[in-house]
Ligand binder design. Structure first.
Ligand code: TRP
Length: 469
């Protein structure tokens, strides 16, 4: 094994400054997954029970695999493909390739949904200026559906979001990613805190906490969803954390950084849930059904709810701005994985790589953008791989969340758990940390618990037809 540990990153690749890794990695992890998917899934799956399973999944699967990805990245100072090739040879580099492919897919459709926040910041600013009337409230739902079916707007916002992402990436690791995240992450956190504080003043706050933290019933499907959600939310399974790890200084601690990122990501998901649950609990039970079903909650019922809160005129636009920022720091991490490969392995210049990859991903996202009603074929008849999904967007999301990320995570766990020697992983993980007493526990989780749990999920999805996205 040609261990390259110790050499660190070449100057040209760039390295994060102090705290840079934690900020950027937390920025990657915190996104639509936390602010929209988690509250909605928790609400659907019995609240407290789902939260409990999720926390266990983060601790037993998420944290060890995140440490594994960071370790592989930092010890090789390389993109996923090269990192696996250096440490494991030609065959293992396929894991890196899988990651690059998965990244293209996720980025292409994630950017479409992220683009919706642009429309909603604009809408909310107008509402705040003119007043949010009963008539406005009555047609938020139909307005949103009409917006979804506007192919031109869908493509335009997707394009704008990709351009914003590429704009940051072009400036490189230090000036771009780190600088942006340093401002955005704390701002995001403050707005969330403010929203939680506002929620705490309402009478539905306590019922919301009960629903969110007192375990209810959870089924097998809920457990699967919780585990899948942990992967997606922590940005694991496709080399994003590996790539950020490759920019991490060897003076910083891998276990502590990974724990911080997992903790922050979970905290944001819980805060978002407190806010959403408070809003949901404020609605009479017989009308709550509309919160249970689909991806549109965030854009149909939430504006109305936000405008019902004190300070709604300020909170509503800030909230969508926050969602957009969170999504941006996530798309940044996805694009950086792809761009770093073109830079390292093809020798492209950062600016050229960014523009090319950005354009390619934009093109790949166009069918997704058109699969919300504007194109009938893409909306309801393109479902070759995802049996129950109905359109192009659903197919991509189904593939990524149910198969590609879990497989990537499984292979990473096996690689670091079984293939890399304990002497090597111990030395690498102690670099910048000091003696790591939990090394054996970490290895054991990677060797048995992670592969076992993920294999069980894949088995359930393939053979029992459990769909969990
Ligand atoms: N974790 C982000 C979210 O919760 C999405 C994301 C960013 C992601 N990078 C990723 C998901 C890499 C999987 C893999 O919204």
């Amino acid at each position: 094994m040609a261990a390259t540990g110790g050499s660190g990153g070449s100057k040209a690749r760039g390295t994060f400054g102090k705290m840079g890794f934690i900020l950027a990695a937390a920025g990657s992890a915190v996104g639509l997954g936390n602010l929209w998917k988690f509250p909605y899934m928790a609400h659907r799956n019995g609240g407290g029970a789902f939260v409990l399973v999720y926390l266990v999944a983060v601790l037993l699967l998420g944290l060890p695999i995140m440490m594994a990805e960071i370790t592989v990245g930092r010890s090789t100072a390389s993109n996923p493909v090269r990192a696996f090739r250096r440490l494991g040879g030609k065959w293992w580099s396929l894991v890196g390739w899988l990651g690059i492919g998965t990244g293209f897919i996720i980025l292409s459709y994630y950017s479409v949904v992220a683009g919706w926040t642009i429309e909603y910041v604009g809408k909310c600013l107008a509402w705040s200026a003119q007043g949010f009337t009963k008539a406005d409230a009555a047609k938020v739902g139909s307005d949103f559906m009409a917006f979804l079916a506007r192919g031109d707007k869908q493509v335009l916002y997707h394009g704008i979001f990709m351009a914003l992402t590429a704009g940051v990436i072009i400036f490189g690791v230090k000036k771009g990613i780190e600088a942006v995240t340093k401002v955005l992450m704390p701002a995001l956190f403050l707005i969330l805190l403010l929203l939680v504080a506002v929620a705490a003043t309402t009478s539905s706050f306590l019922p919301a906490l009960e629903r969110l933290f007192l375990p209810g019933k959870i089924g097998a499907r809920g457990i699967l969803e919780a585990v899948g959600q942990a992967f997606f939310s922590l940005s694991l399974g496709m080399g994003a954390m590996l790539t950020y790890g490759s920019y991490m200084s060897r003076k910083e601690s891998v276990p502590r950084s990974a724990a911080m990122v997992c903790g922050l990501d979970t905290l944001v998901a819980l805060m978002a849930s407190v806010i959403m649950f408070t809003i949901i609990m404020g609605v009479p039970p017989d009308q709550r059904g509309k919160f249970g079903a689909s991806s549109v909650i965030l854009f149909t019922t939430l504006p109305e709810m936000l405008y019902n809160l004190p300070l709604g005129r300020i909170l509503a636009p800030s909230f969508y701005l926050l969602v957009g920022f969170a999504a941006l720091t996530s798309t940044i991490s996805l694009l950086e994985v792809l761009v770093s490969w073109f830079i390292d392995d093809l020798g492209w210049k950062r600016s050229f790589a960014t523009v090319t990859v950005g354009l390619a991903t934009f093109a790949m996202g166009v069918p997704s953008a058109l699969s919300f009603g504007s194109n009938e074929f893409l909306t309801s008849r393109f479902a070759p791989l995802a049996p129950k999904a109905s359109g192009f967007f659903d197919t991509f999301d189904y593939l990524a969340a149910n198969f590609l990320l879990p497989i990537g995570g499984l292979l990473t766990a096996i690689f670091v758990g079984w293939y890399l020697s304990s002497a090597f992983t111990k030395k690498e993980v102690e670099e910048g940390h000091g003696p790591f007493r939990l090394h054996l526990l970490w290895k054991t989780l990677l060797r048995f618990v992670c592969p076992g749990a993920i294999a069980w999920i894949l088995y359930s999805v393939v053979f029992q037809g459990v769909k969990f996205n």
